[in-house]
Design a protein around this ligand. Sequence first.
Ligand code: SAJ
Length: 435
Amino acid sequence: MNFKKLCVIGLGYIGLPTASTFAAHGLQVVGVDVNPRVVETLRNGGIHIHEPGLRTLVEAALKSGRLTVREKPEEADAFIIAVPTPFYEDRFGEYAGQRYRRADMRAVTAAAESIVPVLRPGNLVVLESTSPPRTTMDLVAPVLEKSGLRAGVDFFLAYSPERVLPGQILRELIENARVIGGVTPASARAGRDLYAAFVKGEIIETDATTAEMVKLMENTYRDVNIAIANEFARLAERFGVDVWEAIRLANLHPRVRILSPGPGVGGHCISVDPWFFVEAAPDLTPLIAAARRVNDDQPRYVVALVQRALGALGGRNIAVLGLAYKPDVDDLRESPAVTVSRLLQEEGARVRAFEPFKPQAEVAGVTTMATLEEALREAECLVLLVRHSHFVALQPTEVAAMTPARLAVDTVNAWPEETWQKAGFRLYRLGVGGG
Ligand code: SAJ
């Protein structure tokens, strides 16, 4: 099939890069967002998300006239839905006495509904939002069929998960393999024809529910693997072992690849997606649910470690290094580092946090400082929560000159014990027992 005009609904972290990449490859693209602020910012030449290279790409797409921005979809050959699927903050399910989180699918439903009036025979609709299994078949198809057209018969419908890594979105959009699941084989083929406009990685056709599961499985696999690493860290502390060394040695085995412990799992994918499985089948997912709880509990575990290092936390001055959800990004969403900082503050500590990738960040419940010096000035204890390259490179002798603190807690295995000890610090490390 030959696609000339495309509507991308949702201009966020995925939708905007996708829309502008299609425009750069010759399609006429209408970008749609229900948020008037997003539409206005883009129309005025601004951009509301940070991603290397994105500003230039969006500017070029707008200037060429191949990307336009609207608040509602219009007739097109194909539609992509790339809206958020968060979970409800205030609604939970319960199974066997345990609570689990529930997906908020309202944005997907609304996006599908907005397509209904402009859907025409022969169109293709692709859902990209990460969703619980069967969403394409059981939620999106019935909504679109309100048009009187039948999914897989009168129009093509497919699910294609985005799998790009924040910070490298533009490259990975093009280079990564892409799975396209159709409600019929012809729908998957139509999806392939659309994405072939720019995808250089392999394009694999499958059915819609398989494609949904693939995405959730990738992130759930990672979450469970991190949970076991976090449990190994707790075990190592109890048994007087250095978990980082133990993991290194275990990973020498050709079929073992244990991930790294840390202060918890953040971001908007890995800490969210496994719940979609739990919600869809709580009776079948005790392991996935347990892994989620282990990782969600890890910030509390880190606070207990700080308490062991420092003693009672009330009134103590603590410098927190790093608030991002992972190394070398400026993204603070669902960040375990933010949770640790809040918990420390709730325990009565006076926290001063510094995030080098967002020094001006304002975070509810956390006192942030614009420079490392300010965060360190009155500290009694340093708590390292993100393995930013900038922090790994810190020289303990230089740090010692900036702070009266001689106590440090490293939760990400960034600081070698020996050099920090030589500089006068007592170093506590997550996952290292016996100290
Ligand atoms: N983390 C650990 N230990 C590790 C690795 C990560 O504690 O060994 C933590 C990180 O610090 C972070 C969280 O896990 O808080 C998640 O970080 P990440 O780098 O594992 O993943 P994301 O959320 O940035 O991106 C993931 C990617 N999925 C996989 O690697 C399977 C990405 O490809 C997906 O596109 C993205 O989720 C998504 O959108 O689903």
